[in-house]
Ligand binder design. Structure first.
Ligand SMILES: NC(=O)c1ccc[n+]([C@@H]2O[C@H](COP(=O)([O-])OP(=O)(O)OC[C@H]3O[C@@H](n4cnc5c(N)ncnc54)[C@H](OP(=O)(O)O)[C@@H]3O)[C@@H](O)[C@H]2O)c1
Length: 255
């Protein structure tokens, strides 16, 4: 059987790194795009190939993706898990790295999907595409909202080519790099357990498994969707949540 080729943009760290491990475990050839050197241990991930590219530099995108396709073949799955982490102006940086780079990469590779098996594109956005998270800058909100509509646009445009495009909007996710922080702040984890209907925080494995489903034939009639992954947290009326939090803080609430 011919191996699938999955490209993970932003696959060197965090959620993207978990997606890389998921596809590697499934026997895919995995092309990983990131700005910095991967961790030494990651260079041993089976069938993983790293490409260092700063997505703020749009002019280098085409050449890098030509090399990726030349080396590893036509693409089955293309995943976007990058976010702006630079020092420069967050507005320009986020729009370049999140929105413009995603659009330019899709435009660059859309004729290079494996036609016989169909293709899948999955874009990681955020719950901040819909709600205001005041610990994140305005650029993050606008970039993430733009990705949702970008996903819908390309779902319509690329559907006739057999390419499905879906978006995932996670709430707060525990990833390898943030495990220590949450272990040191157990009261925060307890708070999430109390207010999330499914009673726990999300993990990068939760997102990787959904990505895997959205890239599989099990989701062959799903395209253009934005799937929120937050254990049901955002389904609750904000005042109800405020009451739960007040109760957790022992503030007297009369119903
Ligand atoms: N973590 C959460 O709780 C959470 C919640 C909701 C949504 N999300 C979304 O999920 C996605 C992944 O988040 P994360 O927390 O896993 O992020 P992360 O740990 O910061 O990883 C971001 C990835 O993007 C790459 N990247 C950043 N700037 C780049 C650039 N200029 N050029 C090329 N690559 C670049 C990084 O590579 P280098 O390290 O090599 O620069 C890294 O691989 C993001 O879209 C984020 O907004 C995350």
């Amino acid at each position: 059987m011919i191996k699938q080729h999955s490209v993970i943009v932003g696959g060197t760290r965090g959620i993207g790194r978990e997606i890389v491990k998921e596809f590697s475990n499934q026997g895919h050839i995995v092309s990983i795009v990131g700005r910095r050197e991967p961790k030494a241990e990651d260079k041993k991930i089976l069938n993983a190939h790293f490409w260092m590219l700063d997505l703020a530099e749009q002019t280098n995108i085409a050449a890098t993706f030509q090399k990726i396709i030349h080396q590893n073949g036509k693409i089955n799955n293309l995943i976007f898990s990058q976010r702006f982490r630079g020092e420069s102006d967050p507005w320009g940086g986020e729009l370049e790295v999140s929105l413009t780079a995603t659009k330019n990469i899709i435009e660059c590779v859309k004729e290079n999907f494996n036609k016989s098996e169909g293709g899948a594109i999955v874009i990681i956005s955020s719950i901040a595409s819909e709600y205001v998270a005041d610990e994140q800058p305005v650029s993050y909100h606008v970039g993430k909202a733009g990705l949702v509509q970008l996903g819908r646009y390309y779902a319509v445009l690329l559907g006739p080519k057999g390419i499905r495009v879906n978006v995932i909007s996670p709430g707060t996710i525990i990833k390898e790099e943030s495990k220590g922080f949450y272990q040191d702040n157990q009261e925060l984890v307890d708070m999430y357990q109390s207010i999330v209907p499914l009673g726990r925080m999300g993990t990068s494995q939760d997102i990787a498994q959904l990505v895997s489903f959205l890239c599989s034939s099990k989701s062959s009639f799903i395209t253009g969707q934005n799937i929120v992954v937050d254990g049901g947290l955002s389904l609750q009326w904000h005042e109800s949540l405020a009451r739960k939090l007040a109760q957790l803080s022992n503030i007297k609430v009369t119903r």
